[in-house]
Design a binder for this molecule. Structure first.
Ligand code: GLN
Ligand code: ZN
Length: 745
């Protein structure tokens, strides 16, 4: 093996997997049809990789939903509530739930935007290798072999699997899934023996958990697991792949001491890996897969840097294999499908298919030792000198004294205690979606489109006035997505036509590409906000997406620190906020739902990240007068390590999800020194259920134990765009009623 990749997109060039699974769910296609599509997509990937000249070809990277869920099925970690079902019905029930049986939880895979299905492990879980067609790695290995492709099956490693699991409901306090490691490793041992019997010469075990902080006990468990697996007499060679950061020196030392033949290191996200490897004295008898081609981002590899990294590794390992930093499932499939990208941007890009070529070319360059033709200068990002000069001048920015702001805003806005509002979006009806699509496709003119959106805004304003809300919103009908909407209007961003990446199950996203200096050629939201404000005397909140969230949900240039890019986005938002203020908008909300998501995996990186994230938010929001009220919103309530950063954002009002956590968060925020307004979500918008007025009153009373009435805001816990009007009306009516009752009391 000279070249390899750790995984490849499975969704198909035309999103065939999405179509097939959704047809199956809707009853339009049977099991056989779905399985057939799966087999075709896998065959396509294997032959593509072989024909590209790659020699280490992964298998079992396909999934009908998620690779962690596949692992749960493989080792029979199936909770009792799904056991009356079988086959694909059971599988999809675990992923999505069925009538009366809720799905397993879903959460983000490390710091990516991919979501996995969380295993539920209890003391009674008995791991057992699934038989027959359920033994997926074995089936897919044989399937590829029948096509003439000898592959390397990829498994989620046993340590990472258990560290990602959560204790089953009802498990005794103190029980940890990791307690069951030995039983799980027995199953992996059996699987490895069978794979070896089927002819597999290598197996890849993914252990990304090793790039986060790990306890001594966890490291010990790692050593135990891999000593056992590598001690098997008949087994394939083992590649333990780490990615998304630097592996800890202690973990690497332990792995180096086991008999595993290969270790995968991420040399893009974790350039520290070279130092870590040197610090443990290298792995002189092992193969290192050098993750030099970035699996997380869309930029072409810097061949010179990649070769230098491989060269540095040569003295530290027995063999160096050129590889990707992680699975390519996190990038779009093929740049060839993009026909309307600006050529100066396009020439800087490589999607999954192009990255395979890069790996192969690097492998050749490294192994033939011939001087390849010198690479021309790397194409570079567009520079905007005006933006850079303004940012230099601005330095660190912050607002004036918060007590003064509070007093001035109270006088200027004249709002009651427990002011009621919403998070921004209102239900996106079929008519709204159709109008946007028609406009995009040129089927209706700009004027007709503007008229349709204005009608919708007028309806939403009238609706909120009728309900008696205090601070109104325009409803965001013109937005397809809270990041894409702004990316389309800012210089420095590009959109793809087919750049889909799986987010979870059949949900794929098409992240914008932030490729050059960011600038705002013209106002982005002012005409909609001012139109809404012209229809009412109550304040209408302007609605923007914050710099961190803009970065988190895009592919971002990697030729300068994220902090610098964030400041450019912040400057554009600062100008937008200034224009909204000048146009008479008195309250402006800057959403940062992704603030926690970008938090580095290791605690050592937290402070530096939070410093630039907070600075970018403050740069965006500090250009306004004391009388202009800045809100922010986050869609979660487990603030943990970021609670102080929330305070440091210094928004006048922060709305958060709290309905499901019973408002403890309000007290937590106050205890952490946050002294501004708080809008704990008083009901859960993720469910169509309409809570009673008593329930919402109770939530408000609880919050009032920690915050004074003038600083408490009353709102749902997130935007309403995925809801329908009937439950929205009922819930908001109840919410306003609850606020009235508590105010009266
Ligand atoms: N203002 C956005 C909305 O209401 C916020 C979305 C979000 O928090 N993710 O839809
Ligand atoms: Zn939200």
């Amino acid at each position: 093996m000279n070249t390899t990749i750790l995984g490849y997109p499975r969704i198909g060039p035309r999103r065939e997997l999405k179509v097939a699974t959704e047809d199956h769910w809707a009853g339009r296609a049977d099991d056989a049809a779905l399985l057939e599509t799966g087999a075709r997509l896998r065959a396509q990937v294997w032959t593509t990789l072989r024909d590209a000249g790659l020699d280490g070809i992964p298998s079992n990277t396909f999934s009908f939903y998620d690779q962690v869920l596949d692992t749960s099925v493989l080792v029979d970690a199936v909770p009792a509530r799904y056991r009356h079902l079988s086959g694909l019905d059971r599988y999809f029930a675990m992923a999505r739930g069925v009538q009366d049986v809720p799905a397993l939880e879903m959460t983000k895979w490390f710091d990516t935007n991919y979501h996995y299905i969380v295993p539920e492990i209890g003391p009674d879980t008995r791991f057992r290798l699934a038989e027959g067609s359920a033994s997926k790695p074995l089936v897919e290995y044989r399937e590829a072999k029948a096509l003439g492709v000898d592959t390397r099956p990829v498994l989620v490693g046993p340590l990472t699997y258990l560290l990602l699991a959560k204790p089953a409901p009802g498990a005794p306090a103190g029980f940890r899934p990791l307690d069951l490691l030995d039983g799980l490793v027995d199953v992996y041992a059996e699987l490895l023996e069978r794979l070896s019997g089927a002819g597999a010469s290598w197996v890849q075990l993914d252990e990304p958990a090793l790039v986060a902080d790990r306890s001594a006990e966890e490291i010990e468990a790692l050593g135990r697991a891999y000593a056992r697996l590598s001690g098997l007499t008949s087994r394939p060679r083992l590649l333990v792949a780490t990615y998304f950061g630097s592996v800890g020196a202690d973990a690497l030392r332990v792995l180096a001491g086991t008999g595993v033949e290969g270790i995968g290191l991420d040399l893009v996200a974790g350039p520290g890996n070279l130092d870590v490897l040197a610090s443990v004295g290298g792995v002189p008898r092992k193969t290192v897969v050098a993750g030099v081609v970035d699996g997380r981002n869309v930029w072409r590899a810097d061949a010179r840097r990649a070769k230098a990294a491989c060269a540095a590794l040569l003295g530290l390992a027995d063999r160096v294999v050129v590889g990707t930093s992680c699975s390519l499932q996190h990038v779009p499939l093929d740049l060839e499908a993009e026909t309307s990208l600006d050529p100066s941007v396009r020439e800087r890009l490589a999607f999954a298919r192009q990255k395979v070529d890069e790996v192969v070319a690097l492998g050749r360059a490294l192994n033939t030792d011939v001087r390849t033709t010198p690479e021309g200068p790397a194409p570079s990002a567009g520079i905007d000198h005006r933006v850079r000069a303004r940012l230099d001048m601005l330095g660190d920015a912050h607002r004036g004294d918060r007590a003064t702001r509070f007093a001035v805003q109270r006088a200027a806005l004249g709002l009651p205690d427990l002011a009621t509002t919403t998070i921004g979006s209102f239900p996106q009806t079929r008519e709204i979606r159709r109008a946007r699509a028609d406009h995009r496709a040129g089927r209706i003119s700009g004027e007709v489109y503007t008229g349709l959106m204005q009608d919708e805004i007028a309806r939403v304003i009238a609706f909120q006035e009728k309900l008696g809300l205090d601070v109104l919103v325009h409803g965001e009908p013109e937005r397809n997505d809270m990041v894409q909407y702004f990316a389309e209007q800012l210089d420095g961003f590009a959109a793809t036509e087919h750049g889909w990446v799986q987010s979870y199950g059949s949900r794929y996203v098409r992240p914008p590409i932030l490729h050059s200096d960011v600038a705002r050629p013209r106002p982005m939201t002012v005409r909609w906000a001012t139109y809404a404000q012209s229809l009412t005397d109550r304040p209408v909140k302007g609605m923007l997406t914050g710099p961190v969230t803009m970065l988190a949900w895009s592919f971002v240039r990697d030729d300068q620190p994220l902090a610098d890019t964030a400041r450019q986005v912040a400057l554009a938002l600062r100008d937008e906020i200034g224009d909204l203020e000048s146009a008479g908008i008195r309250i402006i909300q800057v959403d940062e739902p992704a603030l926690r998501e970008l938090l580095p995996l290791r605690s050592g990186g937290h402070a530096a990240y939070l410093a630039w994230a907070v600075a970018a938010f403050r740069l965006a929001t500090s250009g306004v007068a004391d009388s202009t009220q800045i809100h922010t919103h986050m869609c979660y309530s487990e603030f943990g390590e970021i609670i102080e950063a929330i305070g440091a954002l210094d928004a006048d009002v922060t709305s958060v999800e709290a309905a499901r956590s019973h408002m403890e968060l309000v007290a937590d925020l106050r205890a952490a020194g946050y002294a501004n307004g708080i809008g704990p979500g008083v009901y859960d918008i993720h469910s169509p259920r309409v809570p009673s007025v008593e329930e919402m009153e109770e939530n408000l009373r609880r919050a009032l134990q920690a915050v004074e009435p003038s600083r408490l805001w009353v709102n749902p816990d997130c935007g309403l765009k995925t809801r329908a009007y009937p439950e929205t009306e009922a819930s908001l009516r109840t919410m306003v009623e609850a606020a009235h009752r508590v105010r009266q009391a």
